[in-house]
Design a protein around this ligand. Structure first.
Ligand code: FAD
Length: 430
């Protein structure tokens, strides 16, 4: 009897524990992906494009034997498992609130057929690391100490030969669809091979200087691995194994730990996806009137009159990616200079980003808003002008995204000094 490998956020073949488990469990393996209309609706065009391009890459690697269907996984997976009389269904665990609910529903609908989860998209899976009293960490630094002690598995070579694959063409009424066309063109390629190439290039060229350069959007030396990690085109374990001991490598590993930390926070506090992690901030006054929407549009379109903010917002709109320092600056600006709800900004980011991820994005936003775990203290208000001077000292990044900066550039839509006072006043009120 064959086994079923159901892929989700692990669109690769190398270092894929559920693939090894599926090969062990079945005479042959049916590899499938379910395009879930609920996720199609909530994912921006770039994320969908990245997903579909990754699936095409995978289908090529599997000699056209990837079965893609569309529907609800709690209907499609049991249907396919029954159609091939599968021994078991194999997955990497998904820890997001939506993923957990979906997988529970699938496990239940499968009845007798086991849904076996092994591995996760993280170096250390959410929920693994707790304080000695069993409570989850709320602060990154002590989490990171334990995370480092905890360690992770070495990467494993996994692959599958065509003869071990069940051919979807042999399944009657499989429901197979073509991998949908990418709705938009991406500024860089998706897929396992592209992930490897980008990673090798980063390790060769920029890893050693990462600790010094990572905060500088003008230098552009970060790895740009975020979308590959999001869709599992590569596992962070594979990357960690290449890191070595330079200061750049240490700084890089810390960022991978940040990714794990935010997944852990979302796992323990699923409400923090769209509501303040810290409910003390629920009563803060926010602007949601008509003029708030006008300011929101100016922010989205990169015409606030603050160059570093506008450069970031234009980079996001044009490419689907924004440098981390500028994500922090633009987020802070939305919350503290414009007094808008952080979740408005978070939703826009998720819509535009190719790496849009519930854990990293929502908690990045909550950090900027001062409402999250380990957040920037509310009284620290980024000054967009001095941030620009410090992290883009020659204005190179700004000129790259705002070519008209010297001629036809808008006046600032707010007075930073006054809005800073206003933000502090609103905080004091609660
Ligand atoms: P590098 O600097 O090369 O970092 C390597 C990897 O470490 C990244 O690919 C990422 O997986 C991880 N990482 C780095 N910084 C962080 C961080 N602060 N938090 C969590 N993981 C991190 N990251 C996303 O992957 N998806 C998002 O939707 C997202 N939204 C964000 C929103 C805001 C407001 C902020 C402040 C940060 C957000 N981040 C998000 C984190 C970070 O900005 C991106 O991961 C990073 O810019 C991606 O570029 P890179 O791969 O070149 O990063």
């Amino acid at each position: 009897r064959p086994s079923l490998l159901w892929l989700r956020r692990d669109l690769r073949l190398d270092d894929l524990p559920p693939l090894a488990a599926a090969i062990d469990a079945g005479s042959r393996v049916l590899v499938c992906f379910v395009v879930d209309p609920r996720l199609e609706k909530s994912s921006g065009e770039r994320r969908l494009s990245f997903l579909f391009d990754s699936l095409r890459d995978l289908d090529d690697q599997l000699s056209g034997r990837l079965l893609v269907v569309r529907g609800r996984p709690d209907e499609e997976i049991p249907r396919l498992a029954a159609a091939v009389d599968a021994t078991s269904v194999h997955i990497s665990a998904d820890y997001s609130p939506f993923g957990r609910r979906r997988d529970d529903a699938v496990a239940e609908a499968l009845g007798e057929i086991p849904l076996e989860a092994v591995g996760s998209p993280y170096l250390v899976a959410p929920g693994r690391i707790t304080k000695s009293d069993g409570e989850p960490y709320k602060v990154f630094t002590p989490y990171f100490r334990r995370w480092t002690e905890h360690g992770w598995r070495a990467p494993a070579d996994t692959s599958i030969a065509t003869r071990q694959l069940l051919d979807p063409a042999d399944i009657r009424r499989s429901g197979r669809i073509r991998v949908p066309a990418a709705p938009t063109a991406l500024s860089f390629p998706a897929g396992e091979k592209a992930a490897r190439e980008r990673w090798n290039e980063f390790v060769d060229d920029d890893l050693d200087g990462y600790d010094e350069g990572r905060d500088r959007p003008d230098r552009d030396v970060t790895s740009r691995m975020s979308a590959y990690l999001k869709y599992g085109n590569i596992h962070p374990r594979t990357m960690a194994a290449d890191l070595g001991r330079s200061n750049g490598a240490k700084a890089y590993l810390r960022e991978l730990a940040f990714r794990d930390f935010y997944a852990d926070v979302l796992y323990h506090w699923p409400h923090s996806a769209w509501r303040n992690w810290n409910s003390q901030f629920d009563d803060i006054a926010l602007d949601t009137d008509e003029s708030a929407y006008r300011r929101f549009d100016a922010w989205k379109e990169g015409r606030t009159g603050f160059p570093i903010v506008d450069a970031g917002m234009r980079q996001l709109r044009e490419t689907g990616w924004m440098h981390n320092r500028v994500r922090m600056i633009t987020a802070s600006f939305l919350v503290k200079d414009l007094h808008l709800p952080w979740w408005w900004g978070a939703r826009w980011f998720l819509d535009q980003l190719v790496d849009g991820d519930m854990a990293s994005n929502q908690h990045g936003w909550q950090w900027a808003a001062g409402t999250g775990t380990d957040a920037a203290p509310y009284f620290r208000v980024f000054n967009p002008t001095t941030q620009g001077d410090k992290f883009d000292p020659d204005g190179e990044y700004v000129r790259r995204w705002i070519p008209e900066i010297d001629d036809d550039y808008p006046e600032p839509i707010v007075d930073h000094k006054a809005e800073r006072e206003e933000a502090l006043r609103r905080f004091r009120e609660i």
